[in-house]
Design a protein around this ligand. Structure first.
Ligand code: ADP
Ligand code: ZN
Length: 522
């Protein structure tokens, strides 16, 4: 293909085969095409690459793309070459002859795009090459790396502004998925962007339907999501390596093409799994969070969290891998008492400094709040990122099936007193046995059938009781002692409830009849 396209639209249709621009793409692209510096903050999956790839084809000369993700560069280059774009990546893994060839092509104006790592871009050799090449624009990917406040500071990014000495009046475009106002200011200053246009996209992913389900029959719940997307690709996230293998095996037994993925698996196997996920239809990857970074598959129809994620940021990132093509997609999280307890224990037992632990606990509380909310999930999620959604979304579980709440004061009192009467030494299962008046070995062993609270909660089923325990733990009235086999203990906050001074409103976990899958044993 020969160089410049008449217009951005032209390049979009003819080269990339897309009908229209998305979100802020068009604005960013016209600004860059016009030669103005710009900063674009757009969420993952929103199509940042096109923001420099299209101008690269419209402006004369070679576009320089600076990216720290060497592993991903080659993928991008290959994808572009398949579209007929003249792209190359300069990195340390190249043979001398190959890099000489690329350098020559640059000088001769025979490349539309060159990807290069920052340290390479800053070297004397490369700078000399730049002076001999017509540069169309300079795109700085992952631009938040320039900011010391960011989570991924890279010192070599500080030098990138000096490239202007070799790139003349080529516009700089800084791109990142995350940058708050302070980081944006930092990026503009440190990259010395001149009179930069700033584009900040909303975080909303309207085509993703968010659902959070109380974990009741996880195996069936996961299978139901997979089934309702019959044969589509998806990701199931699990908290542990073991569990990914277990869930993958369960899905395979139901004839789902499920593959486990975690950092403990052999590298070759991981690469093959990733490859199949990208190329075959309908692969469901059951993974730890090791899976996902930089994976660009547009038609992932669902992301299931079989265990709760670590924080709302993680949730947003992980669910954001669904529906990058803009078509209706689903994010389903299963969440139960055990998730909160485990996450808290992990933080407490970790060796992070105390203030770090405090921050992690706050983040966990916010996640729990999101799970227990009766508001629109999308409003709650976006509010966390400081992004306002004025209306309810109509495309999340709480919008589609408004959560009923019930006066749980009496139930809470019964539960709390059962905890006290049994000496704050037992876990949820036993306390619930006491409430519903079950005849178990442990009840007899401890003589708990003698307690005044024995059987006082018969009118409520176990599943609902589990919801009450979970919500009281989430609300900070009960604590789970992980060091003592999950014993429930009262906190200060429980006192006014026991004394009848405060009432407790609880959400009714939807009890949708779970569609029976072929084999439904838990
Ligand atoms: P980001 O870098 O922001 O995470 P990408 O540039 O990788 O996102 O793009 C995500 C996906 O969206 C890719 O599969 C890309 O082909 C697709 N995409 C980008 N722009 C458009 C568009 N205008 N129309 C359709 N698909 C698009
Ligand atoms: Zn909603």
């Amino acid at each position: 293909m020969s160089t410049t396209h008449a217009s951005a639209q032209d390049a979009l249709h003819k080269v990339f085969g897309f009908d229209s621009f998305r979100g802020l793409q068009e604005q960013v692209i016209s600004s860059v095409v016009a030669g103005r510096d710009a900063l674009a903050v757009m969420p993952t999956g929103s199509g940042k690459s096109l923001c420099y790839q299209v101008p690269a084809l419209v402006r004369p000369g070679t576009a320089l793309v600076i990216s720290p993700l060497i592993a991903l560069m080659q993928n991008q280059v290959t994808a572009l070459q398949q579209l007929g774009v003249r792209a190359a990546a300069l990195n340390s893994s190249l043979e001398f002859r190959e890099s000489t060839r690329i350098e020559e092509a640059m000088r001769d104006g025979k490349l539309d795009l060159v990807y290069v790592a920052p340290e390479r871009a800053l070297g004397e050799w490369f700078r000399r090459l730049l002076t001999q090449t017509k540069i169309a624009l300079v795109a700085v990917d992952e631009a938040h790396c320039v900011s010391q406040w960011g989570h991924d500071f890279r010192p070599e990014y500080l030098q990138l502004a000096t490239l202007r000495e070799q790139t003349g009046d080529a516009p700089f475009l800084a791109l990142t998925a995350t940058a708050d106002a302070a980081t944006r200011k930092d990026i503009v200053e440190r990259l010395a962007l001149k009179d930069a246009a700033q584009f900040v996209a909303g975080f909303d992913r309207p085509n993703i339907r968010y659902t959070v389900e109380a974990k009741s029959t996880p195996r069936v719940q996961v299978l139901n999501v997979v089934r309702r997307h019959g044969g589509a690709a998806g990701i199931v996230y699990c908290a542990t390596r073991n569990k990914t293998e277990q869930v993958a095996a369960q899905l395979q037994a139901e004839n789902v093409q499920a593959l486990p993925y975690h950092a403990g698996l052999d590298q070759g196997l991981r690469a093959r799994t990733l490859d199949r996920f990208l190329k075959d239809d309908g692969i469901v990857v059951v993974a730890t969070i090791a899976f996902g970074m930089g994976i660009d598959k547009p038609d992932v129809r669902f992301v299931v969290h079989a265990d709760a994620p670590k924080s709302l940021e993680a949730y947003y990132q992980e669910t954001g891998r669904a529906g990058r093509d803009g078509l209706p997609s689903e994010a389903v999280m299963l969440y139960g008492l055990q998730d909160i307890v485990q996450a808290r224990a992990l933080i407490e037992q970790g060796d992070a400094p105390d203030n770090q632990k405090r921050i992690e606990k706050q983040k966990l509380e916010l996640l729990v709040g999101f799970c227990e909310t009766t508001r629109c999930r999308r409003q709650a999620l976006l509010a966390y990122f400081g992004d306002d959604l004025p209306e309810k979304c109509g495309n999340c579980d709480t919008c589609l099936e408004p959560v009923e709440s019930w006066d749980g004061t009496e139930a809470a009192q019964k539960l709390l007193s059962a905890v006290v009467r049994t000496g704050q030494r037992f876990g949820a299962a036993h306390v619930i046995d006491v409430l519903v008046g079950a005849d178990t070995e442990n009840i007899q062993k401890w003589g708990h059938e003698q307690l005044p609270t024995f059987g006082v909660g018969k009118d409520i089923d176990r599943q609902t009781w589990r919801g009450v325990v979970r919500q009281l733990v989430a609300g900070g009235l009960l604590r789970v002692e992980t060091e003592q086999y999950g014993a429930l203990k009262l906190t200060e906050a429980a006192r006014p409830v026991l004394k009848g001074e405060t009432s407790v409103s609880l959400r009714k976990d939807p009890t949708k009849p779970v569609r029976k899958a072929r084999s439904t044993q838990e």
